[in-house]
Design a protein around this ligand. Sequence first.
Ligand SMILES: NC(=O)c1ccc[n+]([C@@H]2O[C@H](COP(=O)([O-])OP(=O)(O)OC[C@H]3O[C@@H](n4cnc5c(N)ncnc54)[C@H](O)[C@@H]3O)[C@@H](O)[C@H]2O)c1
Length: 270
Amino acid sequence: MTRSLFSLDNQIAIVTGACGKLGPVWADALLEAGARVAAFELPGAPASPVYAALAKGAGDRLRRFDCDVTDRASLEAAVARLAADVGEPTVLINNAGVDQPPDAAGRRSRIGELPIDQFRRMVEVNLLGTFQATQIVGTRMAAQGRGSIVNIGSLYASVSPDQRFYDHLPGDLPFLKSPAYGASKAAVVNLTKYFATLWGPSGVRVNTLSPGGVAGGQDDQFRTKYGARVPLGRMAQPEDLKGPLVFLASAASSYVTGHELRVDGGFTAW
Ligand SMILES: NC(=O)c1ccc[n+]([C@@H]2O[C@H](COP(=O)([O-])OP(=O)(O)OC[C@H]3O[C@@H](n4cnc5c(N)ncnc54)[C@H](O)[C@@H]3O)[C@@H](O)[C@H]2O)c1
């Protein structure tokens, strides 16, 4: 009985930005729970090796659709194609996002000179993209009287990045994690509450899943500094994220809406 609450059999789930680092983690979890999955991804965006391996094993239970979440017409076309070819979506994972990895020292700027276009792009994808996908897919869900939407937030929705994590990186200017990232994610947490209250009576639940930093490609010093700051003593592994995602997507969380589930090893408890 309890196990069946976590089942996503007969569900159709959309994952936006599905071909990057975390998209395949969500897609894998949803497939394992029984859903069919639509990967909404930018046309021509490269698929990570993890996504490619997943797609090979999943056959037609995982299909990719060209979609730019910042472009309303592209979103509408992808959803219409999904509905015609597979069926009406019942789960939406708003995962598409842009962050600013510590990159070449030459592209850094002081806070006083931070280019506004960089700020605008993060807000456009992380916040406006989430809003627009929710508008289009969620309205269809509300008309059907069912659905679960999970917005992917971040620990930086709650706290400011500790810039000392990056102070070992070489370069004339220190690497400064953008203020736009956390600001856009904090706004997503509020947007979650807006739609949770609007669509509660229509049977659509809306929650945020906020991961902490996920291990993969970071340098040793960063991992050591970050891990020392986490009560559970380490970065997240992809497997840590699957259970919370399936919980929020499925009937296991049938009385949970408007919630931010932080999956951060306790980072924000300290
Ligand atoms: N990786 C982490 O440690 C971490 C931690 C906390 C939160 N997050 C969040 O998780 C989500 C996924 O992060 P990730 O690490 O997989 O990033 P990623 O850069 O590896 O993948 C993001 C994907 O989104 C796609 N994308 C970008 N703009 C898009 C658009 N306009 N329309 C459709 N797709 C678009 C990209 O092509 C890419 O495939 C993001 O929202 C991110 O903020 C990540």
